[in-house]
Design a binder for this molecule. Structure first.
Ligand code: GLA
Ligand code: ZN
Length: 668
């Protein structure tokens, strides 16, 4: 399968980055020209303009100044550089904050921020929405025919929340639409608890730090509402763009580790998913682990739309906001960039093209340093990469072939974060998902990371660790998947609550009981350092943190606990249902168990890795259009590595941080 290129008529890997030329407007005759020369020298074919340019574009209310942007758009077109055009809502002009204080954000303590920084705006303010829409409309009208216009980059890293009176009113309207009656709302929030019953819609307040933070039903709905507000804000921004330039794709830069927005829901309105990746290479965690985590995040972002995405920001060198702004070792830049392509990105973009001279990010890595010219190590590495990317047109739009899915659900994460019980500090939803992911990553077996609302037909194996909340239709889809021959894996802390975070009253794991053929009764939380064990397949594995006590209701017991009062009771089960099987891992286990267990399961599912053995720190990922495969072999370590192939053959060697790309016919 091959998707169309992100930019119509531009079947190349996009290479470029955020460019803030308005900072250099006084020196434009020299700097802007020099920037064009340097961009071309670095093999850059796209630059992002306008993202934080509101004051430069509208210095006084209603007085627009597009002259400088006109000039730049023309320069980009002359130099055959595509423009990713930013909308400026990420930071507002000071005149706007002064005249309309309602545009400023109000924090959880109900204090209004003063003007400054960025991302500091109310999501509901009619004034802010009107101003945003107006400037976006101006931009679209002005550049609709411009040959440089390629992508709309909406705002910047949508995040945070606003607790102003306007947002409170919107929240109440959202709840009225959702619940219709207060009775339904009170039941969903289990409001009789601590006399929390609401008797008038106006009594509802967003959760915050004023003694109203604790009710999980309220918190869950507030986060859902905030997600919907961002979507609504985004749609308000894109309305004029879609009307005037319907063929130009719209996106906004996401942050894979951010959990304040349900990105699975948000992605529904994006034309293409894009994200900002800033791995902290060469840190105490070790580059193999950073490689693993970054792979996970790339897959999480690709899974949002299950098609190629944009690496819309990355850093070619030291990231200034890290506690230790470590330089990227030589070779790491190419590795991190091709790594993204391996996982389904069709772009390599940076923050930033030219380092700013002052301000909060003046020491953030950039293609062009304060020194200015091309004679720097970082510039040379970017230019080398640019050269390499020119030879990768065949990758554009290629799919990522997968047979396995890992379910990650933002709303499950929210519900778990609010759960009081189990292990307060170590519920560790995200880390648990990465633990399961690792067993596949180490063997070069690709996964999609998908939301629990996604369809499952295309997979042979679906893994859903800690699926604590069963959202609408999720259990039914999983059951159908199993009945049709799929292999499903669930773990401890599955199926406790419905979408309102109300527990199921007929036993856990709720409506997955029949699929898994078990009933969970209690769960034991273990102290740090305390362990139990799982006896399975002739081996003893460590169990720790959480051990669930399981009754068999049709499932077969494969493994049992080794100690404590539940010694001998089920710790690993399988239930044959329809044409498929559903496994349940009752306790948190270490890497050894997950490795062995998933090796067993992938064999059973007929999922074969490309290489039988991969050395530590080497990862393999494939893109394919169904006819041709491109296999990426990546060495995240700073040592030579050898991938064994067939006996008596020399194998494939990789130097430190090396990436090899092998092309072959698709073998189906
Ligand atoms: C984010 C923002 C950029 C910049 C970088 C710095 O990704 O989108 O504007 O601040 O961080 O790493
Ligand atoms: Zn607000």
């Amino acid at each position: 399968m091959r998707y169309p290129p992100i930019v119509k008529n531009m079947p190349h890997i996009l290479h470029g980055g955020d460019y803030n030329p308005e900072q250099w407007i006084k020196w434009k005759d020299t700097i802007w020209k020099e920037d064009m020369r340097l961009a071309k020298l670095a093999g850059i074919n796209t630059l992002t303009l306008g993202m934080f340019s509101w004051t430069a574009l509208e210095p006084a209310e209603g007085q627009y100044n597009f002259a400088w942007l006109d000039e730049l758009m023309d320069m980009l077109a002359e130099n055959r550089i595509a423009a990713v055009l930013g909308t400026p809502s990420g930071a507002r002009p000071a005149w706007m904050s002064s005249k309309y204080p309602e545009v400023l954000r109000v924090n959880e303590s109900r204090l209004r921020n003063v003007h400054g920084e960025r991302h500091n705006h109310c999501l509901s303010s009619p004034v802010y929405r009107e101003k945003t829409r107006a400037i976006n409309e101006q931009l679209a009208q002005r550049y609709k025919e411009h040959p440089a216009l390629a992508v709309w980059h909406i705002s910047n890293e949508y995040s945070g929340e606003c607790h102003c009176p306007l947002c409170q009113a919107e929240f109440r309207t959202y709840l009225k639409n959702k619940y219709k009656t207060l009775d339904a709302l009170n039941e969903a929030w289990w409001a009789a608890f601590w006399s929390s019953t609401i008797t008038d819609w106006d009594q509802i307040e967003s959760p915050g730090k004023l003694g109203n933070g604790g009710h999980n039903g309220l918190r869950l709905d507030w986060r859902r509402f905030t997600t919907e507000q961002f979507i609504d804000f985004y749609l308000n921004e894109t309305a004029p763009l879609k009307a005037i330039t319907p063929d130009i794709p719209c996106t906004t830069n996401l942050m894979a580790a951010y959990t304040g927005i349900d990105y699975a829901r948000f992605a529904e309105v994006l034309d293409v998913a894009s994200w900002d990746s800033y791995p902290q290479w060469t840190s105490a965690e070790g580059n193999s682990t950073i490689g693993l985590r970054t792979s996970y995040y790339h897959d999480l972002m690709r899974g949002l739309k299950r098609k190629p995405f944009m690496l819309i920001e990355s850093c070619p060198s030291a990231t200034n906001w890290r506690p230790v702004a470590k330089l990227h070792r030589p070779g790491l830049h190419k590795l991190q960039s091709l790594h993204a392509l391996a996982h389904g990105a069709d772009t390599v973009q940076y923050f930033q093209f030219r380092k700013s001279r002052g301000g909060p990010e003046q020491y953030h890595g950039a293609v062009v340093d304060h020194f200015g010219g091309e004679n720097t190590r970082v510039f040379r590495e970017v230019a080398d990469l640019g050269e390499c990317l020119k030879g990768l047109d065949d990758l554009v739009g290629m799919d990522t072939p997968v047979e396995t899915a890992l379910i990650h659900d933002y709303q499950v994460r929210w519900a778990l974060e609010d759960l009081k019980g189990l292990l307060q500090e170590k519920t560790a939803y995200g880390e648990t998902l990465i633990d399961h992911y690792r067993a596949f990553w180490k063997r070069g077996i690709a996964l999609d990371i998908i939301d629990s609302q996604q369809t499952l037909e295309k997979y042979r194996l679906v893994i859903a660790p800690m699926l604590y909340m069963l959202r609408e239709g999720a259990a039914e889809r999983i059951d159908e998947f199993v009945q049709n021959g799929g292999i499903f894996v669930a773990t401890y802390v599955t199926g406790y609550v419905n979408e309102s975070a109300l527990t199921f009253l007929d036993g856990f794991p709720g409506s997955l009981k029949k699929t898994l053929g078990i009933r969970c009764e209690e769960i034991d939380a273990l102290y740090p350092g305390e362990t139990n064990s799982i006896e399975w397949d002739g081996r003893t594995y460590r169990a720790f943190d959480l051990c669930e006590l399981v009754h068999r209701e049709g499932a077969e017991v494969l493994g049992v606990y080794g100690s404590d009062f539940y010694a001998g009771s089920p710790a690993l089960t399988v239930h044959r249902r329809g044409k498929g099987r559903a496994y349940f891992i009752a306790a948190r286990t270490g890497e050894d168990f997950l490795d062995d267990f998933y090796r067993h399961l992938t064999t059973e599912a007929g999922i074969r890795p490309l290489f039988e053995e991969l050395p530590e720190g080497v990862s393999v990922h494939v893109r394919s259009d169904g006819k041709k495969d491109v296999v990426f072999l990546m060495n995240f370590t700073n040592e030579n590595r050898l991938i064994p192939t067939e006996p008596d053959k020399p194998g494939i060697s990789l130097e430190p941080f090396e990436v090899k790309m092998l092309r072959s016919e698709t073998n189906t």
